[in-house]
Design a binder for this molecule. Structure first.
Ligand code: NAI
Length: 669
C-alpha cells in the first residue's frame, strides 16, 4: 500500500514517483490550469518534494531527481502573476521570496543529481527554478523557449535568477536577456550556456534525463573569458554600456526596473552570494511600485483582449484571400503569411500585386532565420489577379480604395464566390460596416477587420461589429486575429471606431497649439515625458498628413484645422515622413530637431494637458458603448496608440477603470 508521506500522493499540482532505478520524478501539472505557473501551492508542494528527496538521498534510496512538466505544450510560464497583487508591502515581498530562494538553494545543494527536462516555454520563475538544478536538457522544438520577461512587468528576476543566469551564461548574455525580456530558442540558449543538452523530441526527454542522472552530469558555469566581464573595472564599463542601450527604450522615471538591475550588477555582480542577497532588496520596492502594478494590469488587459476569441470553436483559419495590394493589403497579406497562413493576393493591377509581394521580403527576413523557411513563406504568398483563391479562403479581407459604392459592388460579387463559413471582412477605416453590407444577400455576415499602419508593428486589430452583424462572425474575426498573433478588440461600427476616435482630438489639439505658435518640438517632448512613444506632431507626420486630415474630417474635426498649417501642408503636397517634409523635415526617416532642453516641470504640465482630449474621448467612447468595458477601452488605447503602459490606460489613469488609478491614489496620499 502506498505510503502517503513517502510517495506524496496528496499533491495536487505535482506528481511524484520513484522508479526502480531510484530516480525521483517530479512532474509539474498544475490542477485545473492549462499552463504551469509557480504559484504559492505548487511552490509549497515542491518544497515537500525537495524535503522528500533530501531524505531519500541521505538514505541512498534516491539517486537523482528529474523535474519535468506534465503539460503537453509548456514547461513553466513563470511565477503566478495573479498572486502578485496580494503582496502590497516590501516586507511582504521579502517574506514571500525568502522560503522560495531557500528551497532553490536546497535544490542546488542536493547531494544527488537534479536534472530539468524542458519542453515548451520555460520563462521567468520557471527558468530560475531550472537554473538551480544541476543539469538542463531541452527539446530542440520551436515551442521550447527560455527567457526572463520580468522587465515587461516592471521587475526583474527575483528568485535569484539574476545571479544564477550570470553564473551560467556570463554577464553580457545574461544581462542582455534580462534587460530585453526577449525569448531565446533552445539552441541559442545552449550556445549561451543556459541549457546543457538538446534532444530532438519530447519523447526523448525522459530517457536523456535518466541517463544524465545515472551519469551524474553537471552543468559547467560560464567560461573564464565570459566571467571576466563580471570583474571590476570591466563590470563598470559594461554597466555603462547597458545604461546607454536601455535609455532610448525606457525612461528611468517611468520604467526603473532595468536601471535597478544594472545597478545591482554593477555593485554586486562580482560575487555570486552578494548578488543573490542584494537581488531581493532591490526587487522588493519594484514589485510594489505603481509602475509594476500598472504593467501587470496591462498584461491582464492583453489577456482580456485575447479572451474575446472563443476557445471552444472548431473553426480554424488557414487560408486568407486579400483584395487590394496597396499600402495595407500587401502588408496584411505578408503578415498573415509570416504567421503561417497561406494567402492569395488580388488587385486590379498585376504589377501592384508583384510590388506588394516583393515588399514582404524584408518582413520574411526579419521573421525567418533560414532560407528554407523564407522560401516556404514566399511560396505561401500567391499572386492571384483573377481571385481564384476566393473559393477556398477561410477569411477574405478587402483593402481596396475607400469608396462605398466600389466596396458594396465588390462584396455583392464575392459573396457569391466564397465557401460557406468563410469570414468576410473589410479593412475600411471610415465607412460603416452596415452601409457596405447593404448590397449583400446576407448582410449579417460582414465584419470589419481594421488593421493599423504599419501592419507588422501595431499589435492591435479592431474587429468591427456592424449594426446587424452576427455575433458568430465577430467571434470568428477575433479567432483569426489571435491566430495571426495580434490582439483583437471588438468595436461598434461608428466613426473612427476606438483608436482613431481617441487619437484624432489628441493630434488635432496638438496641431492647433502649433498653429497658435507653440513650439512643436516642445509639444512632442512633453508627450514623450508623459510616456507616449512618440509626440503628436511627429506622429501626424509619420501617419501622413493627408490621412490625418481625412480622419479629422470624418470625425467632424475638419473645421478646427481649416486654414491652419495642416491644410496648407496637405495642399502643397508636404505630407510628412513619406514625402520627406511635413511639420518636420525628415532625413533618413528621422525628423530633424534642434538641440533644445526644456524645463522638466513645464514638460510635465504640458504633457498632462496634451493627453486630456484623448482621455476625454476615451470616456465618451465608453459611454457610447463603442467597446464593451472600461478595461477594454484601456486595452485598446494602450495597444492601439502606445498610450503610456506604465500608467495602466487612460481610464485607469483617471481612476475610471474600477481599480484605483494613479491620480486618485495620489489624491488620497
Ligand atoms: P491603397 O490605395 O494603397 O491601395 C488600394 C489598392 O486597391 C490599390 O492597389 C488598387 O489598385 C486596389 N483596388 C482598387 N479597387 C479594387 C478592386 N475593385 N479590386 C481589387 N483591387 C482594387 O489604399 P490603402 O491605404 O491600402 O487602403 C485600403 C483600405 O484600407 C481602405 O479601405 C482604407 O480606408 C483602409 N485603411 C488604410 C490605412 C492606411 O493607413 N493607409 C489604415 C487602415 C485602414
Amino acid at each position: 500500500m502506498a505510503d502517503n508521506k513517502l510517495l506524496l500522493t496528496d499533491l495536487e499540482d505535482w506528481r511524484f514517483s520513484l522508479d526502480q532505478e531510484g530516480i525521483a520524478w517530479a512532474v509539474f501539472d498544475r490542477a485545473n490550469e492549462s499552463a504551469n505557473a509557480l504559484g504559492r501551492r505548487p511552490l509549497e508542494e515542491l518544497m515537500r518534494i525537495v524535503g522528500r528527496v533530501e531524505e531519500g538521498a541521505q538514505s541512498s534510496e534516491i539517486r537523482g531527481l528529474v523535474i519535468i512538466s506534465g503539460k503537453a505544450k509548456g514547461f513553466i510560464v513563470g511565477a503566478d502573476i495573479r498572486e502578485f497583487d496580494l503582496l502590497t508591502t516590501e516586507s511582504a515581498v521579502v517574506e514571500a521570496i525568502r522560503p522560495v530562494n531557500a528551497m532553490l538553494d536546497r535544490i542546488e545543494r542536493l547531494s544527488v543529481p537534479v536534472v530539468a527536462a524542458i519542453h515548451g516555454v520555460c520563462v521567468g520563475g520557471g527558468l530560475e527554478l531550472v537554473l538551480a538544478c544541476h543539469y538542463r536538457i531541452a527539446t530542440r522544438d520551436e515551442a521550447t523557449k527560455v527567457g526572463f520577461p520580468e522587465v515587461n512587468l516592471g521587475i526583474f528576476p527575483g528568485f535569484n535568477g539574476t545571479a544564477r543566469s550570470i553564473r551560467q551564461a556570463g554577464p553580457a548574455a545574461a544581462m542582455e536577456i534580462m534587460l530585453t525580456g526577449r525569448m531565446v530558442r533552445a539552441s541559442a540558449a545552449k550556445a549561451m550556456g543556459l541549457i546543457d543538452q538538446l534532444v530532438d523530441s519530447p519523447g526523448a526527454l525522459r530517457w536523456a534525463a535518466r541517463k544524465a542522472v545515472l551519469a551524474k552530469r553537471k552543468s559547467e558555469p560560464a567560461s573564464q573569458a565570459k566571467a571576466l566581464l563580471g570583474r571590476w573595472p570591466a563590470r563598470s564599463f559594461l554597466a555603462g554600456k547597458m545604461r546607454e542601450k536601455v535609455r532610448p527604450k525606457a525612461r528611468e522615471e517611468h520604467y526603473p526596473a532595468p536601471y535597478r538591475l544594472i545597478d545591482l550588477f554593477e555593485n554586486h555582480g562580482g560575487s555570486y552570494d552578494a548578488m543573490k542577497a542584494h537581488e531581493t532588496r532591490a526587487f522588493a520596492p519594484l514589485m510594489v511600485s505603481e509602475t509594476s502594478r500598472n504593467l501587470r494590469r496591462v498584461f491582464r488587459l492583453s489577456e482580456a483582449l485575447k479572451a474575446q476569441a472563443p476557445k471552444d470553436i472548431a473553426w480554424k483559419p488557414m487560408r486568407v484571400h486579400v483584395i487590394g495590394a496597396g499600402t495595407m493589403g500587401a502588408d496584411i497579406a505578408g503578415f498573415c503569411v509570416a504567421a503561417g497562413m497561406e494567402v492569395t493576393l488580388q488587385d486590379l493591377s498585376p504589377d501592384v500585386i508583384q510590388r506588394g509581394i516583393k515588399a514582404q521580403t524584408k518582413l520574411f527576413h526579419r521573421k525567418f532565420k533560414t532560407k528554407a523557411l523564407r522560401d516556404a513563406a514566399a511560396a505561401r504568398l500567391i499572386a492571384d489577379p483573377e481571385g481564384r483563391g476566393l473559393a477556398r479562403a477561410d477569411v477574405v479581407i478587402e483593402a481596396i480604395v475607400e469608396r462605398l459604392d466600389i466596396k458594396q459592388k465588390l462584396f455583392a460579387d464575392i459573396e457569391t464566390k466564397v465557401k460557406a463559413g468563410a469570414v468576410l471582412a473589410s479593412n475600411t477605416s471610415s465607412l460603416q460596416i452596415e452601409d457596405i453590407a447593404k448590397s449583400m444577400a446576407d448582410p449579417a455576415r460582414l465584419i470589419g477587420i481594421h488593421f493599423f499602419n504599419p501592419v507588422a508593428k501595431m499589435p492591435l486589430v479592431e474587429v468591427v461589429r456592424g449594426e446587424g452583424t452576427r455575433q458568430g462572425e465577430v467571434e470568428k474575426g477575433c479567432v483569426f486575429v489571435t491566430a495571426i498573433g495580434k490582439f483583437p478588440l471588438i468595436v461598434k461600427s461608428s466613426p473612427g471606431f476606438l483608436v482613431n476616435r481617441v487619437l484624432a482630438p489628441y493630434m488635432m489639439g496638438a496641431l492647433a497649439r502649433v498653429d497658435a505658435g507653440e513650439d512643436m518640438q516642445k509639444i512632442d517632448e512633453a508627450a514623450r515625458s508623459f510616456g507616449m512613444p512618440m509626440g503628436p506632431v511627429e506622429l501626424a507626420d509619420t501617419v501622413g498628413l493627408d490621412v490625418c486630415a481625412h480622419v479629422g474630417k470624418i470625425l467632424g474635426l475638419g473645421e478646427e484645422g481649416a486654414g491652419g498649417r495642416l491644410e496648407r501642408l496637405v495642399n502643397s503636397g508636404r505630407l510628412g515622413k513619406k514625402t520627406g517634409e511635413g511639420f518636420y523635415v525628415w532625413k533618413n526617416d528621422i525628423p530633424e530637431k534642434k538641440l533644445e532642453t526644456y524645463d522638466a516641470g513645464e514638460l510635465e504640465r504640458l504633457g498632462r494637458e496634451l493627453v486630456e482630449p484623448l482621455i476625454e474621448e476615451a470616456r465618451r467612447a465608453l459611454a457610447d458603448r463603442v467597446v464593451a468595458s472600461a478595461d477594454l477601452v484601456d486595452a485598446g488605447v494602450i495597444f492601439g496608440t502606445g498610450f503610456a503602459p506604465f500608467r495602466g490606460g487612460p481610464l485607469h489613469y483617471k481612476g475610471l477603470s474600477g481599480e484605483p488609478g494613479s491620480e486618485r491614489r495620489a489624491a488620497a496620499e
